[in-house]
Design a protein around this ligand. Structure first.
Ligand code: PLP
Length: 384
């Protein structure tokens, strides 16, 4: 009998060891890991440079509290805001915490209450971030929720125009909805969001917890859509498995986040920051990012070419190495694919989500492609 709260329906697989793109279970069965711990281990498992950074810092000092200057935090903040129009960082431990910080900052800075978010979005499990989330199932039984949020249909410009006004503190969105099913809006929608924000003095808050840190082939996914966010939130891939989150923001916002206004015990401790710095030293490199883009495009094209013949496949979408296959029976296919040694993860109701490490090789991508094709071939007749 487990002594854990049953908050997760766990697989009967225990991953005991990981190396690069591969993981090994309790029976030493080898899997190609296209979950990356849900967009976390972006450099694969036990990356030597990340391991070295962890070991080196762990011999020096782990934790000091934010009452002291932390040089590793200063350095990491600069690396994160470099190449952006953002200036400042606040470090925490998770995506939900980063979003909590963003929600608090947006309200305090603007002195307004209303924040617009979107249906099918996911922003976390704390009270604020859960209330922001646009999925009813996440919120079941927890009411009354934080009254700040109104949820609008994703990709609906008219509704947004009707609702965004001078009383709105922020529009908060994932530019590609991850948990919701890898949903990308039309280019015009992003353009309109930006214009509405500028026109009404509304802060643009982008949740890059899943899409950030190179996942889509750019440092941050908002760059694909020409956006100029006031606040960006991060976690997941930022620490390659070491828990760390961050909120980035424009300098003007600093006046609302003075001493005592927000805080954390663990956030941004030297150990977390040293690990994260080693991750960014590799990912925040133009050549590395171009490779993510190339591999992502190539992989998506091949998936389209080989899967579109199955009537069960509705769409293959995504950016960089965040790819979703919308199809019937996604759950069954995921199990079939897993039996053949490839781990993937569902998103939304009908999407097989593929999240390979960003340094995945072309050979590993082609192994994955063959495995996925086999699973579809086993299950479906092709359309002629
Ligand atoms: N925001 C997005 C877009 C996410 O995908 C997630 C997690 O899946 C979160 C926030 C919450 O992050 P965490 O689980 O680290 O609190």
């Amino acid at each position: 009998m487990s002594a854990l709260f049953p908050t997760y329906k766990r697989k009967q697989i225990q991953l005991k060891k990981g190396n690069g793109s591969y993981v090994y279970d309790q029976d030493n069965k080898k899997y190609l890991d296209f979950t990356s711990g849900i967009a976390v281990t972006s450099l694969g498992h036990c990356h030597p440079e990340v391991v070295t950074a962890l070991q080196k810092q762990s011999d020096c000092i782990w934790h000091t509290s934010n009452l002291f200057e932390i040089q590793q935090q200063e350095q990491l903040a600069l690396t994160l805001v470099n190449h952006t129009y953002l200036d400042l960082a606040f470090f925490c431990n998770s995506g939900a915490e980063a979003n909590e910080a963003a929600i608090k900052l947006a309200k305090k800075f603007t002195k307004k209450n209303k924040i617009i978010t979107f249906n099918d979005s996911f922003h976390g499990r704390t009270f604020g971030s859960m209330s922001a989330t646009g999925q009813q199932k996440i919120k079941e039984g927890y009411g009354p929720l934080v009254s700040t949020f109104i949820h609008l249909p994703w990709n609906d410009i008219e509704q947004l125009k009707n609702q965004a006004d001078n009383d709105t503190a922020a529009i908060m969105m994932e530019v590609i909805q991850g948990e919701g099913g890898i949903k990308i809006a039309d280019l015009d929608f992003y353009k309109e969001v930006q214009e509405i924000c500028k026109k009404n003095d509304i802060l643009l808050v982008i949740d890059e917890v899943q899409t950030g840190i190179g996942r889509t082939g750019k440092r941050y996914a908002y760059e694909h859509f020409g956006l100029d966010p006031d606040i960006v939130t991060l976690a997941k891939g930022l620490g390659n498995g070491f828990p760390i989150g961050a909120m980035l923001g424009k300098r003007k916002l600093a006046e609302a986040f003075g001493p005592g206004s927000h805080g954390t015990t663990f956030g941004g401790n030297p150990l977390a920051c040293a690990v994260s710095q080693s991750v960014l030293n590799i990912i925040f490199d133009d050549e590395f990012l171009n490779e993510v883009d190339r591999k992502g495009k190539n992989f998506k094209e091949h998936l389209e070419k080989h899967l579109i013949k199955f009537s069960s496949v509705k769409e293959i979408r995504g950016e960089g190495l965040l790819i979703g296959i919308e199809c019937e029976n996604a759950g069954e296919l995921i199990i079939n694919i897993e039996k053949q040694g490839l781990l993937t993860v569902p998103a939304g109701e009908h999407v097989i989500r593929l999240l390979p490490p960003l340094n995945v090789t072309d050979e590993e991508l082609s192994i994955a492609l063959n495995t996925i094709q086999r699973a579809f071939n086993n299950k479906y007749e092709t359309v002629t």
